[in-house]
Design a protein around this ligand. Structure first.
Ligand code: SF4
Length: 279
């Protein structure tokens, strides 16, 4: 929209003048990745408090962009850029915050960065990451839409756990008999492929299940957004059938999306789908 950038900058300035904490949010795709350094410089120049880098999650409107998701090399470059910027700030005494979301492999990547750069802090960082526990969909995150439907998080609008107009949220959320909530809250989560073999599952918790489903029609499949190599997840030999590269980097016409297949035995439920959902 014409003038949107200038209006946004003006809004940031007005918030800063009034002492309101301000953040920039950026969803990384192959098309906009090159703008990341400029945005970080904008953050520094305007003394903006917080930067949030979101990885693309293929649900809702994000599903339209999955072909443009950043391939793994670009994702790693973006993470290096963000971590180095945050580290430079920390050493300079600046108090800006850097946050990432929608890819819990980031915690493992940060741990590997620390092993190279700050080996004396690895044990403490690992303990903190394990206490954090990785993907929290259905546990520490919930979403209630405008109609009152409760979802495991903002990317699960096709799956309703109940409706707050019919039952209190506390009753819906504490009802572990829902098959999906039960699976999401199981530790370790019942995941397959590289995620099942990964030695860092306690940190990542199998990452984003909705992205696995959108890429493979299988909620328990490995997350195709994981950009760590086999060494980094502690796999000595490649997992048969593992996705070697970010699935969205492959032209859509060559991919076997196909119609939803039947859910394999022991896998995650697809019931309680919300009729007419755009996902
Ligand atoms: S392999 Fe799976 S569990 Fe391990 S870091 Fe990657 S996404 Fe997370």
């Amino acid at each position: 929209m014409e003038g949107a950038f200038d209006a946004s900058m003006r809004a940031i300035d007005l918030c800063k003048e009034r002492g309101i904490k301000v953040g920039l949010r950026f969803t990384l795709t192959q098309n906009n990745a090159t703008e990341l350094p400029q945005l970080l410089e904008l953050m520094r120049a305007r003394d903006i408090d917080k930067f949030f880098l979101s990885h693309l999650n293929y649900a809702g409107r994000g599903n339209v962009n999955r072909r443009d998701d950043a391939v793994h090399r670009t994702t790693r470059w973006a993470m290096d850029t963000l971590i180095e910027t945050a580290w430079r700030d920390a050493r300079a005494g600046a108090h800006r915050e850097y946050v990432t979301g929608n890819n819990d492999a980031d915690g493992v990547y940060l741990l590997h960065w620390a092993a190279q750069q700050r080996p004396g802090h690895v044990a403490g960082l690992r303990a903190r990451l394990m206490a954090w526990g990785g993907n929290a969909t259905g546990e520490n995150i919930a979403n209630i839409d405008s109609l009152g439907n409760v979802h495991p998080d903002t990317f699960w609008w096709h799956y309703a756990l109940g409706n707050v107009l019919e039952r209190p949220f506390s009753a819906i959320w504490s009802d572990d008999s829902d098959p999906l909530l039960g699976q999401l809250r199981t530790r370790p989560r019942p995941v397959q492929g590289r995620c099942a073999a990964c030695e860092h599952r306690a940190i990542c918790n199998g990452n984003t299940r909705i992205r696995a489903f959108q890429a493979s029609n299988d909620y328990c499949a490995e997350d195709p957004g994981c950009y760590l190599d086999d060494d980094e997840i502690g796999i000595a030999t490649p997992v048969p059938g593992a996705m070697a590269e970010a699935a969205p980097s492959v032209p859509a016409t060559t991919r076997a999306w196909g119609p939803p297949s039947a859910t394999p035995p022991g896998c995650w439920p697809t019931s309680r789908r919300v009729a007419g959902c755009c996902c």
